[in-house]
Design a protein around this ligand. Structure first.
Ligand code: SF4
Length: 392
């Protein structure tokens, strides 16, 4: 099951002053003031009695399936009540809520290693397999919401990802947000999933460098060694030239770059050529990720053009990894199951699928490699290779 990261609250009261709010959950008995953003998690009617006794002013009540919070009787002044499917929410988690519609989104899960913030739905690419199809809307409120969230995150958070759309659509504001991350979360590694085209402009790449973040990386897709294939995949003429220029300018200024290649029917058959080209021309990047396709968003609509069984590019992928390794390029393979990979690729295969949409199937039960395998995406319309079979 994919974890529900958004929904509609049954009740949301005490927010009359604000259209949008960001709150953090805290445990029952936590003495932190609830006057600000902290809301006490309540799961049962006994919890509710206790918060009333302890005069907690703000609660986040998660239905235990009995409908115990359906009546507003006895609820504190500020209260949000949500259905039982959000029982995974826990102290330390951060929620963004639009109070007039009662719609909310889980922005950060304290116990997850896979926290990512969507920065915008706008993008100047229109990729065939985009998992978050672009929308031309004014969603700059999201940047404000992220800015409000950062002080509420655990200072020990190891990694954060910013994604889109294209996060650099509002480059000045977004780069300002990276400076906030540097100041407020100095121990947190930050990864930005960007199409890289904005970095063709020197003023943007200079502003990025000036943030001087201790652990920042731009993860940029390159789909082919030739412009017309890349431009076709991202549905934007001239994108390849801007993206490669952006990568060169970032590296020229000492910034960290990961190159990503998503593997599908347009890119997988030429993966060896692509990696030979990367090894010759971009061997100075910090990491290359060769990634199995998530069959969601536009990838479903364009399935006929995109689906290829990973077993059909197994040999080419193994050769491509060999080429990068020989060139001393740091390479990983994401999102692909070990039983469809050549054994030579296993040391580079990473459990990369975010925990909220990662699953295994019944065939995996006896597999001796399960604890090291990436498993499957549970999101969208999952497709799997005909070669899936347990390693015994
Ligand atoms: S059988 Fe399942 S756990 Fe084993 S390698 Fe294949 S996908 Fe992974």
């Amino acid at each position: 099951m994919t974890l529900a990261l958004s929904g509609t609250a049954d009740r949301c009261r005490g927010f009359e002053q604000h259209t949008r709010s960001v709150i953090r959950l805290k445990a029952l008995g936590d003495a932190r003031s609830s006057a600000g953003a902290d809301f006490t998690v309540v799961r049962t009617s006994d919890d509710l009695k206790r918060v009333i006794q302890d005069s907690h002013e703000a609660i986040f009540a998660i239905d235990d399936g009995t409908g115990c919070f359906l009546s507003s009787e006895g609820l504190p002044r500020r209260a949000i009540t949500v259905p039982a499917q959000f029982s995974y929410l826990a102290p330390g988690d951060v929620i963004g809520i639009h109070t007039p519609s009662r719609k909310f989104r889980t922005l950060y899960r304290h116990n997850s290693r896979h926290n990512s913030f969507l920065v915008t739905e706008r993008c100047n690419n229109y990729c065939l397999m985009c998992s978050q199809p672009p929308k031309d809307i004014d969603d700059r409120w999201i940047l404000d919401e992220i800015r409000q969230s950062l002080p509420l995150l655990d200072k020990e958070t190891r990694t954060l990802t910013f994604t889109g759309g294209e996060p650099l659509s509002d480059s000045v504001e977004f780069i300002g947000l990276l400076a906030d991350c540097r100041d407020q979360l100095p121990k947190t590694a930050v990864q930005v999933l960007t199409n890289g085209r904005a970095f063709a402009k020197s003023e943007i790449v200079d502003a990025w460098r000036k943030v001087n973040h201790p652990s920042l990386i731009a993860a940029i897709p390159v789909y082919a060694a030739v412009d017309h294939v890349h431009d076709y995949v991202v549905q934007a003429k001239g994108a390849f030239d801007e993206t490669i220029l952006g990568i060169l300018k970032l590296k020229d200024r000492g910034q960290r770059v990961e190159v990503r290649v998503v593997l599908h029917a347009q890119t997988a058959p030429i993966i060896l050529d692509t990696c030979r080209w990367i090894a010759r021309n971009l061997s100075f990047v910090d990491h290359v990720a060769l990634m199995g396709l998530e069959n969601t968003g536009f990838a479903i609509a364009n399935e006929a053009q995109l689906w290829i069984d990973p077993i059909d590019y197994r040999a080419a992928l193994a050769d491509a990894v060999d080429v990068l390794v020989a060139a001393e390029v740091n390479v990983s393979v994401y999102n692909l199951q070990r039983c469809v990979l050549a054994q030579s690729v296993w040391p580079y295969a990473v459990q990369s699928i975010s925990d909220w949409k990662n699953a295994f199937i019944s065939e995996c039960e006896p597999c001796t490699e399960k604890s090291r395998c990436a498993g499957f995406f549970s999101s969208g319309r999952p497709r799997r290779s005909k070669a899936i079979s347990p390693i015994l």
